[in-house]
Write a protein that binds this ligand. Structure first.
Ligand code: GAL
Ligand code: ZN
Length: 683
């Protein structure tokens, strides 16, 4: 299983299935995902199972030599179920109940839905859990998709109260954690607590953050119920996973991933770039031009790296865009070879198997404008040709499977911080992911791969840890960072770190709160800057470069740390803005400003040098370098996302081109929208 495809046999006459299977083989595909929305075909009426068609589809694929990945079909409950039990339909925050006709129209906390889930999942597991052609299971499909992560129905309200009782034990603790003395919000009875109010004033941010956590945990719990059922019935060789959505941020994916064997995700580079570039880039950034061409290498890259972070190991792509999509504002066709570039980009970031979405463009319903590897008429589309042209490259993909992505730098990431800042950004331009993305992009420009990681993970293998806005902090996080730094690690923290407790209250101590000791400085004042207002900054300690600070500025008071940068004029004129503190054998840098690209580049050049981390290769803009390492060989990926040939300079010699076997370097030409994979330490 190196490459595969998402297939919907229920959309096509059974007479066509054998032709499809043969064409799949011809394209070099090995694995086929089935049935994630097929509930109404499997069980057209309560308790009446029709397995015949699915048996036959699996048989047809298997006899062509294809492996099958089955899904539990719970993302699309059938009409008979929702008619009989409207209570399973979710309710949005304005109190509107969803209706039948789309997908994901169910609540994770509905006891009735849980019961029907057990029935359908149990029946599928019994029927297919021992079949050797079935290699594994995808649970449901894209939890939280279509803005369904947070339900506000009466079942959820009850479950929320129970969740709060488990978390706080008593109402006094909850009242204190949420600060309910404010505006007469105190609760004297658990039954008085509801979801955060959607109308009028903004909700209490502690209340809202707990609701986000609770809603996310509801899916973790719902998924775990499916995992338990499957594990009890399926063969031990079948794996269990689900498909995540990259930078989607309504669920705590670290928690969702915990019970799975590995994660997979659905990558749509042009659509994600269109949707996310406005959020991640400053207004008018030149890079967004990639949207309609190859997608954005940094946006796709950060999503890949975040997905790898979920279990700190390789992942699969469950749906790889392989033509135009249907859900963008504009939906252009990717140029020839781009599917190959995306596939190798997936692998470069840690994908072990890539499954393309979808086999054939559908003739009806919501996604009839979505491309497939085959066109509507069943003839090959560009995607099929691109995939077919990669057949020879599968040997190399197989050799790379299971190798790791050995990054020396980590970028800390937390859903708690993301949610808390979304609730109270205090500045419209202060986006948590945007702030992370600035540093992510700077690392990509520097040719340095990075791991994303939650703040509680063991960091000892990193030379440098970047923690932009570590907003919610407790003793466990501080101790984890201290352990890392004292043994010689280098940590960079930025603005607003240490501001909040885990219950999203501001701390009762000088900022950066519990991190002050590590930082060796405190924040004397902080300013949220409106557009057009900038504070001039001089990086005195680093050759005196000047920068204009936007969005957020903090004046520091060193308590042992040395000053690296100061504001040179304006309300904070003369005051320190960036500091460096020695702690044990390591050091902590605090960056008290929101960094734009130029400052992020300067800071990272300096920090990487101090950490002894060099680039894998020197790459021009739009070209990415990645690294995977195994026991016998290491691979360097040079991926060119631009429309012109580019030259990368390798730092070391002894490389061969992994596809042609020729020696390469030190200068390597990478074709437009092309890729060069170099191998060294060949055995
Ligand atoms: C995914 C989803 C698929 C399909 C696809 C279209 O998010 O999982 O079922 O809708 O988008 O691009
Ligand atoms: Zn609900």
């Amino acid at each position: 299983m190196v490459v595969g495809v998402d297939y919907y046999p229920e959309h096509w006459p059974p007479q066509r299935w054998a032709t499809d299977a043969a064409l799949m083989r011809q394209a070099g595909l090995h694995v086929v995902r089935l049935a994630e929305f097929a509930w109404s075909r499997i069980e057209p009426a309560a308790g009446e199972f029709r397995w015949g068609w699915l048996d036959r589809a699996i048989d047809t694929l298997a006899s062509a030599g294809l492996q099958v990945l089955l899904c539990t079909p719970t993302a699309a409950p059938p009409a008979w179920l929702t008619r009989e039990y409207p209570d399973i339909l979710p309710v949005d925050k304005h109190g509107h109940r969803h209706s039948f006709g789309g997908r994901r129209h169910y609540c994770a906390n509905s006891p009735i839905y849980r019961e029907h889930t057990r029935r359908i999942v149990g029946a599928m597991a019994t029927r297919y859990g021992q079949r050797p052609e079935v290699i594994g299971w995808q649970i449901d499909n894209e939890f939280g998709g279509g803005q369904t992560a947070r339900c506000y129905c009466h079942n959820c309200v009850t479950a929320f109260r129970e969740w709060l009782q488990r978390r706080y034990g008593c109402l006094d603790a909850l009242n204190d954690a949420w600060g309910t003395a404010f505006w007469s919000q105190e609760y004297a009875d658990w039954s008085h607590i509801g979801p955060p109010p959607p109308h009028g004033e903004k909700p209490n941010p502690s209340h809202a953050l707990d609701y986000y956590r609770f809603a996310s945990d509801s899916w973790v719990d719902y998924q775990q119920a499916q995992i338990d059922l499957l594990r009890a019935k399926i063969d031990g060789t079948q794996f269990i996973t689900t498909n995540l959505m990259g930078l989607f941020s309504d669920l705590d994916y670290y928690r969702l991933a915990a019970g799975l064997d590995f994660v997979t995700w659905d990558s749509y580079p042009t659509g994600h770039t269109e949707r996310l570039s406005k959020m991640l880039y400053p207004a008018n950034a030149a890079e967004t031009r990639h949207a309609y061409d190859v997608g954005d290498p940094a946006i796709t890259g950060m999503a890949h790296d975040l997905m790898r972070a979920m279990k700190d190991k390789p992942f699969w792509i469950m749906e790889q865009q392989a033509g135009h999509i249907n859900w963008g504002d504009y939906n252009p066709v990717p140029l020839p070879d781009v599917v190959r570039l995306w596939t190798w980009d997936d692998v470069a970031h840690g994908a072990d198997t890539v499954i393309y979405f979808r086999w054939r463009a559908c003739l009806y319903a919501q996604e009839q404008y979505h491309s497939g590897l085959l066109r509507h008429d069943g003839e090959p589309a560009q995607g099929w040709r691109d995939v077919q042209a990669m057949r020879e490259e599968q040997t190399l993909m197989a050799a790379i499977q299971g190798t790791t992505v050995p990054a020396k730098v980590a970028l800390l990431h937390s859903y708690d911080d993301l949610w808390a800042l979304e609730l109270q950004p205090h500045n419209r331009d202060f986006g948590y992911l945007r702030h992370l993305f600035t540093y992510y992009r700077a690392l990509q420009r520097a040719g340095v791969p990075v791991d994303l990681a939650p703040p509680t993970r063991d960091l000892s293998r990193y030379e440098l840890v970047i923690a932009p806005t570590l907003f919610l902090v407790d003793q466990a996080i501080v101790e984890n960072l201290r352990r890392y730094v004292e043994r010689g690690g280098r940590l960079m923290l930025s603005v607003r770190s240490g501001s909040r407790t885990m219950s999203n209250r501001v701390v009762d101590m000088p900022l950066p709160g519990l991190l002050s000791d590590l930082v060796g400085a405190t924040v004397e004042a902080w300013h949220s800057l409106p557009p057009e207002v900038t504070y001039p900054l001089e990086v005195t300690g680093l050759g005196g470069e000047s920068f204009a600070v936007e969005t957020w500025a903090e004046a520091l008071k060193p308590v042992g740390a040395r000053v690296v940068a100061r504001f040179v004029a304006g309300p904070m004129g003369g005051q320190p803005a960036i500091s460096l503190n020695r702690v044990g054998r390591g050091e902590v840098v605090y960056v008290g400003v929101w960094a734009g690209d130029p400052l992020a580049d300067t800071l990272l050049t300096w920090l990487l040098r101090r950490a002894g981390v060099g680039p894998l290769a020197t790459v021009p803009p739009g070209v990415k370098v990645m690294h995977r390492a195994g026991e016998d060989a290491e691979f360097l990926f040079l991926l060119n996302f631009t429309a012109a040939t580019a030259t990368a300079a390798l730092g070391e010699s002894g490389y061969t081109d992994a596809l042609t076997g020729r020696r390469v370097g030190p200068a390597v030409e990478v074709p437009a929208r092309g890729v060069v994979i170099c191998r060294w330490r060949q055995s």
